[in-house]
Write a protein that binds this ligand. Structure first.
Ligand SMILES: [Zn+2]
Length: 292
């Protein structure tokens, strides 16, 4: 039962074949899991989902993505996995939900009866499904933020266990070493007892989108620049120059822009370790909140 359920969630199409980022469905599912776990709410209301999830689609989705929750709210019910239910409703000319009707009627949707029964029989499954959705759709640096944004609280041990399970432990060591154990954006390089701290190996093309654990798909980044990179606030272009999104504001945003925008990153030890152009292009197009 548990395996079957996890498999069904795994079949939900979230990445298009060309690796286009489409986090709409996973974000709505995580929100619905949180409502179920926290409030025992078997149904969610369109208006509430719109308020809560649409901003998340803007933050964690690609630049210029359609940011309405209407798309997953309806489309999940068409999925072959049969995990989603939606109240009968009118469709507009293009076959989509009429936003006016959905809002006026406070249209409801939620997990299918079968899925609800499985969660009731084994409440731990809620956490497992949530972890799987995170693992398959988002970089690890954002897992905790997304859980907090939807209000879903899981044990840290569980999250770390899932992250550890699928990662190549040499990736971090190899990438950091390639970049002389410093952040390739700001040159941050603090060590304690001989070990680099708050310095991480970032995947350029996300692991969950098929990006490999290889030096050519990695950048050595301090925790701040890693998070900004995963959120698309910064990227690196094909000439290895940092680009800062125009959406970045604040005094520190200005500083980020003045100090690093269009400046070359600190390059790795050898040319063979340079980022692969296709991974860079993927990040430019799918993650960066701007046009490169
Ligand atoms: Zn840095």
């Amino acid at each position: 039962m548990a395996d079957d359920l996890l498999r069904r969630f795994d079949t939900i199409r979230t990445f298009a074949k060309d690796g286009k980022l489409a986090p709409h469905k996973p974000l709505l599912l995580l929100y619905a899991l949180a409502k179920l776990k926290n409030e025992n709410a078997e149904r969610i209301v369109f208006n509430d989902a719109e308020d809560a999830v649409s901003p998340l689609i803007q933050t964690y989705g690609p630049f210029r993505a359609k940011t309405t929750v209407a798309y997953p709210f309806v489309r999940l019910a068409n999925d072959k996995s049969n995990i989603w239910w939606i109240e009968p409703h009118q469709k507009n000319a293009s076959g989509d939900l009429s936003l006016v009707e959905a809002r006026d009627r406070r249209l409801q949707a939620g997990f299918s009866d079968e899925v609800l029964a499985a969660f009731k029989a084994d409440p731990k499954l809620i956490d497992n499904v949530a972890l799987n959705l995170l693992e398959r759709n988002f970089p690890p640096s954002l897992h905790q933020d997304i859980l907090e944004a939807v209000g879903l609280y899981l044990g840290n041990d569980e999250i770390e266990a899932v992250i550890r399970r699928k990662r190549d432990p040499r990736f971090r060591v190899n990438v950091l070493s390639a970049y002389y154990e410093q952040c390739c954006v700001c040159k941050y390089d603090i060590k304690m007892n001989g070990a680099a701290v708050a310095l991480e190996a970032a995947h350029i093309k996300m692991h969950s989108a098929g990006g490999p654990d290889e030096i050519n798909n990695g950048l050595s980044l301090c925790v701040i620049h890693h998070k900004l990179f995963d959120l698309g606030a910064i990227t690196v272009d094909k000439l290895m120059k940092v680009r800062v999104s125009e959406r970045v504001v604040g005094d520190w945003g200005r500083k980020l822009n003045d100090e690093f925008h269009e400046k070359e990153i600190s390059l790795p030890r050898s040319e063979a370790m340079l980022p692969t152009p296709q991974y860079v292009q993927w990040h430019n197009e799918q993650i960066f909140k701007g046009v490169v």
